[in-house]
Design a protein around this ligand. Structure first.
Ligand SMILES: C[S@@+](CC[C@H](N)C(=O)[O-])C[C@H]1O[C@@H](n2cnc3c(N)ncnc32)[C@H](O)[C@@H]1O
Length: 223
């Protein structure tokens, strides 16, 4: 895919630039920093603290580089929490791009990173005894979510609303948050006012949180 270029973000970790959309996969202020702050700290840790459980079902919108999946499996190894992680991706990356990403250099566990990347699509794969990964190759706008309902935590990590508005419409938010369990959490790096209003209309409790470096705010919604 010559539309994809590797870039180095401010914390030294890689991200990708989709040159057709002129959009990066992560914050240029730090890819690992952003993923840890938004999805792990304000998503996963928050849900675990609120629910005091040792198992969780997570849905990700946009597998991309697999960075969020990698940080989440590393968390499960440390915390001992059992996780089912379903992640949708319409444009899986070429392996030669993935192999150049420096996430294992920064975070360690290169075998784990490879296992995530090499796991088959469209089937649940036990990467470790605690972590099952189900990568789903397809368009989440039309794909069915019913099979694995309900999810405790949703990482909404689509490209930004200005670049990919169809991933942030009322209908899309309704579909995705409709798959949330009781006490489920939906988390994103985005802070768009219309998204907040739509989530409130859908009956969710919406919080505006301070964003990661380089970003003023972000949204968390809960059922
Ligand atoms: C911001 S990036 C995701 C970054 C990713 N979570 C990571 O950790 O690297 C957005 C991803 O959503 C994917 N995507 C775009 N439209 C999609 C769709 N309709 N269904 C599923 N994935 C989609 C893109 O191909 C891209 O990989």
């Amino acid at each position: 895919m010559d539309e994809i270029r590797i870039i180095t973000t401010s914390d030294g970790s890689h991200s990708l630039l989709n040159t057709a959309l002129n959009e990066t996969y992560h914050s240029i202020h730090g890819a690992i920093q952003e993923s840890k702050y938004v999805f792990i700290l304000h998503g996963l840790d928050h849900w675990l603290e609120r629910n005091k459980k040792k198992e969780i079902k997570i849905l990700e919108i946009g597998f991309g580089t697999g960075l969020n999946a990698f940080l989440t499996i590393l968390h499960s190894i440390q915390s001992g929490v059992h996780m089912y992680y379903e992640s949708w991706e319409v444009y899986p990356l070429e392996m030669d791009i993935v192999k150049q990403l420096n996430y294992p250099n920064v975070l360690g566990s290169p075998e784990l990173f490879s296992s995530i990347q090499e796991a088959s699509w469209d089937q649940a794969v036990a990467i470790t005894p605690e972590f099952t990964l189900h990568k789903r190759k397809g368009d989440i706008l039309i794909g069915p979510l019913e099979e694995s309902l309900p999810f405790d935590l949703i990482y909404h990590d689509a490209f930004a609303p200005v670049k990919q508005p169809e991933m942030w419409t009322f209908e899309m938010l309704k579909k995705v948050t409709g798959s949330l369990a009781q006490a489920g959490i939906w988390i994103t790096y985005c802070a768009k006012g219309q998204v907040k209003r739509d989530l409130k209309t859908l009956g969710l409790t919406v919080e505006t949180l301070p964003g990661p470096p380089g970003k003023k705010e972000m949204i968390r919604a809960s059922r």
